[in-house]
Design a protein around this ligand. Structure first.
Ligand code: PMP
Length: 284
């Protein structure tokens, strides 16, 4: 049984209880982060903590995240659960006001803070060699996708639609342009150039995205940050997606159209290799 963290305590997972009045439960009034663990070490930890603070601030939470405290909790969970490969999920909600009310509770209401580990094979998966199939779907999410909230119902529906169509994931499309995957940032490669949507409120500012673009620079690859259409993606030489727990995943089919050769491409492969090398060096 896992040991999880809840509001200052390390408890067995079946003893971790949250109020029915919790704002996270009633209003999806919460934010989260997922940090990957590889060789028992944290990948990109500081980026996740910085984004967590930004998400909280953007939603009017006054809470200041204590990096050292958070690092200690992450490490304690890795140790207690002997986690070698997988991730740590962290969620903070606006707490339990003791009633249901649209208005925010008083500012001194303690936040609910939950962290737990989840085992997952991160490297050496079949996805690396075979790639993923995606479908496109209308992006019907709200307008502040840069905030990492727990409102994940639409991405969850999109993922189920992808599975119903025999694919692995969905790329969401707004006014003809790809925003991102259900839980990852989206990229295409054309004529050696990497194209990915520019940062704005339309997409999550991926921690992996930032690191992968830095890797692209190290490899002197050309990057264009701009929206691309789903039709451009059909015609791309290569496509891939990035996320904390997936690193870079090749996309080999979009809406039934083979991307390039229909196999993982060299640009994505090189980026993945360098990403792993650089992030293992920097893991804490
Ligand atoms: N976009 C969305 C919608 C996501 O949910 C995620 C993963 N949480 C990402 C992009 C990738 O972000 P990161 O690289 O920080 O995991």
């Amino acid at each position: 049984m896992r040991t999880v963290y809840l509001n200052g305590n390390y408890v067995p997972e079946n003893e971790a209880h949250i109020s029915v009045f919790d704002r996270g439960f009633l209003f999806a009034d919460g934010v989260y982060e997922v940090t990957t663990v590889l060789n028992g070490k944290l990948i990109g930890f500081d980026g996740h903590i910085e984004r967590l603070q930004r998400s909280l601030t953007e939603l009017g939470y006054k809470h200041k995240v204590d990096r050292e405290e958070m690092l200690a909790i992450h490490r304690e969970l890795v140790e207690r659960n002997t986690l070698e490969q997988g991730m740590i999920y962290l969620q903070m909600t606006r707490g339990n006001p003791g009633d249901r009310d649209f208005a925010f509770p008083p500012e001194d209401t303690p936040l609910t803070v939950v962290l737990f580990t989840q085992e997952k094979q991160i490297i050496g998966t079949s996805v690396e060699s075979e790639g993923l199939k995606v479908i496109s779907i209308d992006d019907l999410r709200w307008g502040r996708r840069d905030i990492k909230t727990v409102q994940l119902l639409y991405p969850s529906l999109a993922k189920m639609e992808a599975k119903a169509q025999g694919a692995d994931d969905a790329w969401m499309v707004q006014e003809g342009f790809v925003t991102e995957g259900t839980s990852n940032n989206a990229y295409i490669v054309k004529g050696g150039k990497i194209i990915t949507r520019n940062l704005s409120n339309d997409i999550l500012h991926g921690i992996t995205r930032k690191s992968v673009l830095a890797c692209a620079k190290l490899l002197q690859m050309e990057v264009e940050e701009r929206p691309f259409t789903i039709e451009e993606a059909y015609e791309a030489d290569e496509a891939f997606a990035t996320s904390a727990s997936g690193f870079t995943n090749p996309i080999v089919e979009i809406d039934g159209n083979k991307v390039g050769t229909g196999k993982p491409g060299p640009v994505g492969d090189r980026l993945r290799a360098l990403y792993i090398e650089e992030n293992l060096k920097a893991a804490i």
